[in-house]
Each structure stands twice: as C-alpha cells, then as structure tokens.
Design a protein around this ligand. Structure first.
Ligand SMILES: Cc1ncc(COP(=O)(O)OP(=O)(O)O)c(N)n1
Ligand SMILES: Cc1nc(C(=O)O)sc1CCOP(=O)(O)O
Ligand SMILES: [Mg+2]
Length: 220
C-alpha cells in the first residue's frame, strides 16, 4: 500500500477496454508521462475481467510508483491490496471503506456540485473530494454540471480538490486557478493520438504561476 502520494497534477482514468493488452499499453504510456494517480474504471467488463485487469494494472503502477485507485468497488481494492478506491453516491459508504482499507488508503469521493456532500465525505474519512462535471463530457453526457464557485468554496475542506468532466488542455486553466489540485481526465487522454503528450499538456497547468499545487507536492 502506498503511504505517500503526490497530491497535485494529472489524475488519469482508464477507458472501458476489454482488450487487456491494449489497456496495459495505454496505461504504461500514461504512467511514463507522469500522472499523480491512475484510476481503474471499466463500466463494461465482467467482475472477473475487472479483477484480472485491476491486478495487472496494479503491477504496472507499482513499477512506476503511482498509486492505483479502483473505481466503485472497495472490496476489490481490499482484495488486491490496491492503493485506494473512488466512491460515488451509489458506491457505498466512505466510512466503511476507510475501516476496511485502513488509514493509509486513498479514498476519493464524488461530490458532484454539492459542498455538503464534500463536507460529509471528509468527516467520514475521504482523502480527496471530486467535483464536476465542469464541461460537457463525452464519457458521461448526462453528468450534473458544477461551477467554479463550488471548487473555490471547497478550499477550506483540508483535502485535495479534484475537478472532472469534459476537461481538455485548453479549458483546464480556470479550474486550476479556482483551486483544483488535480485534473481527472478520461477521454482527453484515452482518445488522444498520443496519450503521453496529452498528459504533459494537462500537467503544464500546474507549473504556471497561480496554480494551487505544484506537481511534486507530496503528502508528507
Ligand atoms: C476522480 C473521479 N471523480 C468522479 C468520478 C465519478 O464517480 P461516480 O459518480 O461514481 O461515477 P462513475 O465513475 O462510477 O461512473 C470518478 N469515477 N472519479
Ligand atoms: C466519470 C465522470 N464523473 C463525472 C462527475 O461529474 O462526477 S464526469 C465523468 C466523466 C469524465 O470523463 P471525461 O474526462 O471523458 O469527460
Ligand atoms: Mg462510481
């Protein structure tokens, strides 16, 4: 289990790929480009394939010292010894996941556009809070939208703020200026001709003056 993690930068999320070799190839490119977290998210795979893909991704992430976060399923994260889990509103209780995964686990919570949800998640033990969708998302066209004011108002929560939803290298600037510590991205990276170059294009936002978090910040 990873006890240190870089709490700023690009948070890449995988695509719904059933071809595990392709998934690992893409993930390898993204890890080499310097993401702070990788999330395994596959809404199409069977439970068996998810377990297999997550196990193989975990080995890849370990080799790059990048924490692997499992989407939706803290039991799978516990079974594999992954670094953490991301939980949305329908995915179970943050406090229960914290109890099961332990103090070192990275537990993320989707908060959509709700500050009250973020406060409750932090009280229950969330390591970071995610807000979105900031822009129209190809991956989740029906996602609820969130404004920059929510990101700004979440500054005092004491955990990193993640922005998600339709983020591109061109529209990401105001999110980082509003306090986003991490940019969580699916299509902008996985649909890019060169995923590594896409990661680097997002990462540039964290090296500009005014960015809230430098990419090399660590939790300890
Ligand atoms: C970093 C991050 N933020 C938000 C989400 C969305 O979670 P959820 O609302 O549970 O939706 P699904 O991803 O499960 O479709 C996320 N996965 N990661
Ligand atoms: C998985 C997800 N959650 C969202 C939220 O708002 O909580 S938006 C979203 C989709 C993110 O994918 P893309 O970078 O392709 O838009
Ligand atoms: Mg979910």
């Amino acid at each position: 289990m990873t006890s240190r993690w870089r709490q700023g930068g690009v948070y890449a999320i995988t695509a719904d790929l059933t071809d595990t070799a392709l998934l690992l190839d893409r993930a390898g490119q993204v890890l080499d480009a310097g993401v702070c977290l990788l999330q395994y998210r596959n809404k199409q795979a069977t439970a068996e394939l998810r377990a297999q893909q997550a196990k193989e991704l975990l080995a890849l992430c370990r080799a790059s010292s990048v924490p692997l976060i499992i989407n939706d399923d803290w039991r799978l994260a516990a079974e594999l010894g992954a670094d953490g889990v991301h939980l949305g509103g329908e995915d179970g209780d943050v406090a229960l996941a914290r109890q099961a995964l332990g103090a070192q686990a990275i537990i993320g919570a989707s908060c959509y556009d709700e500050l009250s949800r973020a406060r409750a998640a932090v009280t229950s033990g969330a390591s970071y809070v995610a807000f979105g969708a900031f822009f129209a998302s190809r991956t989740k066209p029906l996602a609820r939208t969130c404004g920059l004011d929510v990101l700004q108002a979440a500054a005092d929560l004491g955990v990193p703020r993640v922005a998600i939803g339709g983020i591109t290298p061109d529209n990401a600037g105001p999110l980082v200026e509003a306090g986003a510590d991490m940019l969580a991205v699916i299509s902008g990276i996985v649909d890019a001709d060169d995923p590594a170059a896409a990661v680097r294009a997002y990462a540039r936002h964290f090296t500009r003056p005014g960015a809230s978090t430098a990419p090399n910040n660590a939790s300890e």
